[in-house]
Ligand binder design. Structure first.
Ligand code: GRF
Length: 191
């Protein structure tokens, strides 16, 4: 049976691009088959175009409610034989319609060492608190905001001289290594 990965993203899509590139270079048996985006016009859509990955951009506000939006997403996922949802900067909580269907197969990446600094602007929160170490967390997704079981973490040192830009660059470099590693391992373990 063919199974594939859908990446969900709302923004720039650097993690999406990295996942596609690594999965193609390494010839993953479970390929990235489709991008789901909830922000028409987001940069990630241009990246999908360049990489030749089919994309579906939804405007959630045009649906009657979250269940209706997620039912439409679920219909697209069925067409691509998707069995893993990989969230990469998807700025929306996953609701019961998708959580029930893909239980244990929805993964997210967050730019902090959870449970520190969940939610928006984790990098800004870390700088504001003056922490000396922050990092990256990959975790399973549940109904909460960045609360599901942790799969992997990697630390990033914060230097006195770090600005938002330099710390973001350090964290993203770690994300781009860690996320493909973890997703590769998960799909190998479950095939
Ligand atoms: C990443 O920092 C990720 O950890 C967070 O959103 C950001 C997405 O960046 N969830 P990009 O769109 O992949 O460049």
């Amino acid at each position: 049976m063919v199974v594939t990965i859908a990446v969900f993203a709302s923004g720039s899509g650097s993690n999406f691009a990295r996942l596609v590139e690594v999965s193609q270079q390494e010839g993953w048996r479970v390929p990235v088959s489709v991008l789901i985006c909830d922000r028409p016009g987001a940069t990630v859509l241009e990246r999908a175009e360049r990489l030749g990955v089919p994309q579906h951009a939804f405007a959630p506000r045009t649906f009657s409610d979250k269940a209706a939006y997620e039912a439409a997403v679920r219909d697209v996922l069925r067409r691509y034989d998707v069995s893993w949802l990989v969230l990469a900067g998807y700025m929306r909580l996953i609701g019961p319609t998708l959580l029930d269907k893909f239980a244990g197969r929805i993964v997210n990446i967050h730019p902090s060492l959870l449970p520190s600094f969940p939610g928006k602007d984790a990098i800004g929160q870390a700088l504001q608190h003056g922490v000396k170490v922050t990092g990256v967390t990959v975790h399973y997704v549940d109904a909460g905001m960045d609360t599901g079981p942790i799969i992997a973490q990697r630390a990033v040192s914060v230097a006195e001289t770090d600005s938002r830009e330099t710390l973001t660059a350090k964290i993203q470099a770690v994300e781009h290594e860690l996320y493909p590693e973890v997703i590769r391992r998960l799909i190998e373990e479950t095939q």
